[in-house]
Write a protein that binds this ligand. Structure first.
Ligand code: ATP
Ligand code: FE
Length: 402
């Protein structure tokens, strides 16, 4: 059978068509880039809305929603065309219904209603198609999709396994016992690693037309990671939780003390200035990843106590496309007797394939909703879940257990 997956939970509008045997028939992603609060969509600057800016103190969420609604039809159509299919050839539609918009949550924490609009763009589109063509619909958890896409790329990956999900808004260590059965071993107590990459890139004056992560990864290759000393977060906490706010502060202070000016783009920096920035990028990356390594090592020990048959640790989410992250974690995981699985970079960042695939996994088990009505009743309330934990918290990981 064949499933269309739609993803609009954050700043990418994505769609893909995937066959139940794991064959990717098509995948389309349209990215939005933020520069100083202005969204660039397909490299065209969207008109800056001064009224919204003054009203809400930020335009990002509104812009994200507009961007999604501008491109959603085209993205879905392209996904169908590239798969040489029409809606009639589909078996079901899968769509992300939460959690999401960490980006927007940061901008507008006091106006929760706003966030619902963004993924409603995708959900609306999915329900429209499902309604018109009488297709079952599957609501997808964004982070579950990041994790399960590894089962598409690694056919050998059986439950139970451990998942480290690292992206712009999440930093999760999960024990996946079975489909839909997850135990949260650790999460971030403040920021996610991707957010730390993005901020560091911004403060170092890197080109933000791409996201910050790849820019730091590139620059770090030129630097000496040991030339600046940062401390590894949460050393004293013997759990699997993460913290990146403190490291961000350390980075900011180092940048200030070296008098690096983010307003001078790295492309016009002097040789010396460039090297100073590269050193900070490398040092930041080393410590940010060392934190992941330490937590993964403990998570493996915890998880094996519950599920001794675990053979794999998978990494996914945007930051998992980083080659340094991959090679460091590969060492740790191997040292602890497991195998590391990482989906290709394109499937680590937000994409429609992971949503379609997670839809396939659930559909197989009979977990889906019947086709919605062809026309939604007025005042229809969408099932959207901005906050949606993936699984139960592991007892040893809870703060009251420590
Ligand atoms: P979430 O999944 O938590 O809702 P998101 O959907 O915005 O967040 P993803 O697309 O999964 O996130 O990941 C985006 C994040 O990954 C950004 O913070 C980006 O900087 C980071 N990232 C992407 N590529 C790399 C890389 N090569 N190195 C480090 N970080 C990277
Ligand atoms: Fe994501």
């Amino acid at each position: 059978f064949v499933v269309l997956g739609i993803e609009t939970s954050c700043d990418d509008t994505a769609a893909a068509v995937v066959r139940s045997n794991g064959e990717i028939l098509s995948q389309v992603v349209s990215s939005q880039y933020i520069i100083h609060g202005i969204y660039l969509i397909d490299k065209n600057i969207v008109q800056f809305k001064a009224d919204l800016l003054t009203k809400y103190g930020g335009v990002a969420p509104k812009m994200a929603e507009e961007a999604h609604s501008q491109v959603i039809d085209q993205v879905v159509q392209e996904a169908l065309d590239n798969a040489y299919m029409t809606e009639k050839d589909l078996t079901a539609v899968a769509v992300t219904i939460g959690p999401g918009l960490s980006l927007c949550l940061r901008v507008l924490p006091w106006n929760a209603q706003q966030f619902f609009l963004h993924y409603a763009v995708g959900v609306q589109k999915a329900r429209q198609i499902a309604g018109s063509f009488k297709l079952p619909i599957i609501g997808i958890h964004h982070m579950e999709a990041h994790a399960l896409v590894a089962r598409l790329t690694e056919k050998d990956l059986q439950f139970p396994f451990i998942a480290l999900l690292i992206s712009g808004g999440h930093n999760l260590l999960i024990l996946a016992r079975d489909l839909g059965q997850y135990v949260q071993l650790g999460t971030t107590i403040d920021d996610a690693i991707g957010e730390a990459y993005d901020k560091t890139a911004k403060w170092l004056g890197l080109d933000l037309r791409r996201s910050g992560g790849p820019a730091i990864e590139e620059l770090a290759k030129e630097g000496n990671a040991k030339s600046v000393s940062f401390s590894v977060p949460m050393k004293q906490h013997k759990d699997c939780n993460f913290s990146y706010a403190g490291l961000k502060t350390q980075v900011r202070l180092a940048i200030e003390s070296k008098k690096i000016d983010a307003n001078i783009p790295i492309s016009s920096a002097s040789k010396e200035d460039r090297l100073a920035r590269a050193d900070i990028a490398a040092a930041f990356q080393r410590i940010a990843v060392l934190h992941l390594e330490e937590r993964c090592e403990r998570a493996i020990q915890w998880a094996l106590k519950m599920e001794p048959s675990i053979r794999h640790l998978i990494i996914s989410g945007g930051v998992a496309s980083n080659h340094y992250v991959r090679s460091r974690l590969d060492m740790v995981v191997k040292k602890n007797g497991l195998q590391l699985v990482c989906p290709p970079p394109r499937l680590c960042t937000d994409n429609g394939v992971m949503v379609a695939w997670t839809g396939i996994e659930h559909f197989r088990m009979g977990r889906y909703d019947p086709p919605p009505p062809a026309e939604e009743p007025e005042n229809f309330v969408y099932d959207l879940r901005p906050r949606w934990p993936l699984g139960e918290e592991y007892a040893e990981g809870r703060s009251d257990a420590r």
